[in-house]
Each structure stands twice: as C-alpha cells, then as structure tokens.
Design a protein around this ligand. Structure first.
Ligand code: PDD
Length: 288
C-alpha cells in the first residue's frame, strides 16, 4: 500500500501532479491559519461517512464567515476522481479550504477567492493488531481556544500534545481541562462504565463534533446500547472498564493504557470490539 510516485492532487479547479501544485506565500491559511480542513477515510476505494464530513465542512466554513467555491456534491466528485487517478484502495482524502491569498492584512477582502486543495494519502487504516493490543494514551493539558467545534487548521496545541504523548511512548494524547477529558489530540474520547454505559462528551464548542462519533453513537442507539453524553474525569477513565477513541483515521479502537495505568486489565474489552464490528460493517455498507 503506497502512494504513486507522483500523486494527482486537486488545487483550485485543476487536477495536477503534486510537484506542480503551488500555493501563494500570501495564502491566509499559511499566514494566519485562516482555514478549515477535513479528513475522510477511504476503504476499498470508497469514501467513508462522506455526507457527515461534507456537512461538517459546510458548517465549519460557515462559522468562519467563508464560502465554499464549489458545491459539496462537486467536492465528492473530485474526491472520487482523485481515488481513481491515484489508485487509492485504503487511506485518506485530505481537504483544506482557506480564505484565499492577498497582501497580508488581518482584515480580508469580501470578494477574495478561497483556496481549495485536496490530496489522497495511502495508509492501512483497518489494522487488526490494534484490536488485539489497544492504544496507549497520555493525558496533557488542553491548551486550545474556545471554538474547538470548528475544524480549524490551527493545530499547534495538538502537534505539541502529540509530541509529549510520543515522548512518553504513547499513541495519542488526551487533552484535559478542569480535571475532565475534553477529547484526543485528533480523536474523540470514550469510556465504558462498569454497568456498560458508553460515556463521551456531548457536542459543544469545547470539542470537535466527530463524524465517526456520530456514526458510532447512532449505531449504538440502534442496537439498544446505553449512551451517556457527559464529561468524564481522568480519575473515572483510569478506573473505567474499557476506554476507546474514534476518528476517521482509526475508526473505533480500544485504549488499554492511560498514563501508564492499565485499563480493563490491559486488554481490549467486549463493548469496543462490538462497536468496532458494527461500525466497520456500516462504514463499508454506506461508503460511496
Ligand atoms: N482528526 N477531535 C479532534 C480534535 C480531531 O482532530 C478529530 C479528527 C476528531 C475525530 O473526528 P472524526 O471522527 O470526524 O475524524 C476529534 C482528524 C482525523 C485529523 O486531524 O487527522
């Protein structure tokens, strides 16, 4: 599973070899982090949870007072073409929208033409071994702003959180505020209680509304599982029966260690295994 030597990417209306796609040094995404992104998983050459990602993209762009230069239907067509041209079977499509390029100025022109970039990234996402071992998490302070519901390209706090996690030999950072876990650096956080309740934060401006979260919770509800949308503390997580994270790039995976302490005896538990099967079946069935 690898990328072609030179991928075809999409930039502002054109399909180009990756080494011929250039963005202005005056692009506001580069100068101000004035942009939005989306990551959509690709399985068997198809887009997973595509309508959810397109809806969130539209919302994020709207929240920063921007506008998409083309429709989300046209974006999905571009994504399909990139999958075909790059022979992508499994991996991700990355989309980045920025407000556009003009001389540096905090104020922006109303008629500025946005930048729209999409590229594919080949990667094995459905990794069976993770379901055997689980992931390790390190808790770190949440140092982000108060509009985390916007999928902003300003990811420095997450980059630094991941660095701390990696240095501690962990796979993901869980960000903590006032003793409560907000979410992972690039994922949604869950615990399973002793009485089998699925606990995760309700959506608000304090976390990113995960597309995988939405799909997983819908499936859990359909199957009569109990969900509690509320914050949980690090203490509660350390004593939980199971823990997990969801994201477009991991789907749903168990967490077996938090800050060096084994969760659920250090082994993935049955609830997350069940949710994984439900999610993967549905993801493949509904992929476009
Ligand atoms: N990250 N929370 C944060 C802060 C995230 O960055 C992400 C996704 C999620 C999960 O959202 P979803 O299920 O829609 O992927 C939650 C992507 C994968 C990334 O930055 O690569």
């Amino acid at each position: 599973m690898s990328n072609p030597a030179i991928r075809t990417v999409y930039l502002n209306g054109a399909f180009l070899p990756e080494n011929e796609a250039h963005i202005s040094i005056f692009d506001r995404g580069f100068l101000f982090g004035d942009g939005i992104y989306e990551v959509t998983a690709v399985l068997e050459g198809k887009l997973v949870d595509s309508p959810l990602h397109m809806a969130r993209l539209e919302r994020s762009v709207g929240e920063i007072g921007g506008f998409l230069p083309i429709s989300t239907d046209e974006i999905v067509e571009i994504e399909r073409r990139l999958i075909t041209e790059n022979g992508l079977v499994e991996g991700m499509i990355y989309l980045q929208y920025t407000r556009g390029a003009e001389d540096r100025n905090f104020f922006y022109s109303k008629d500025l033409q946005p930048t729209l970039l999409l590229f594919t990234q080949s990667k094995k996402l459905d990794v069976a071994s993770v379901m055997e071992t689980g992931l390790k998490v390190k808790t770190v302070p949440d140092q982000r702003w108060e509009r985390r519901d916007i999928k902003s390209v300003c990811l420095l706090p997450q980059v630094l959180a991941k660095r701390i996690a990696k240095e501690a030999g962990c796979d993901e950072a869980w960000m903590v505020e006032d003793g409560f876990v907000t979410e992972g650096a690039s994922s949604t956080a869950y615990i399973i209680t002793a009485d089998d309740k699925i606990v995760t934060r309700a959506n608000s401006n304090m976390t990113l509304p995960g597309c995988t979260r939405l799909a997983v919770l819908d499936l859990a509800r359909e199957h009569g599982l109990t969900i509690e949308e509320r914050p949980f503390t690090v203490e509660e997580a350390l004593n939980a029966r199971e823990a997990a994270l969801t994201s477009a790039s991991n789907f749903i995976v168990p967490i077996t260690e938090i800050d060096g302490k084994a969760i659920g005896g250090g082994k993935p538990g049955p609830m997350i295994a069940r949710l994984r099967v439900l999610y993967m079946d549905n993801a493949r069935k509904t992929a476009v």
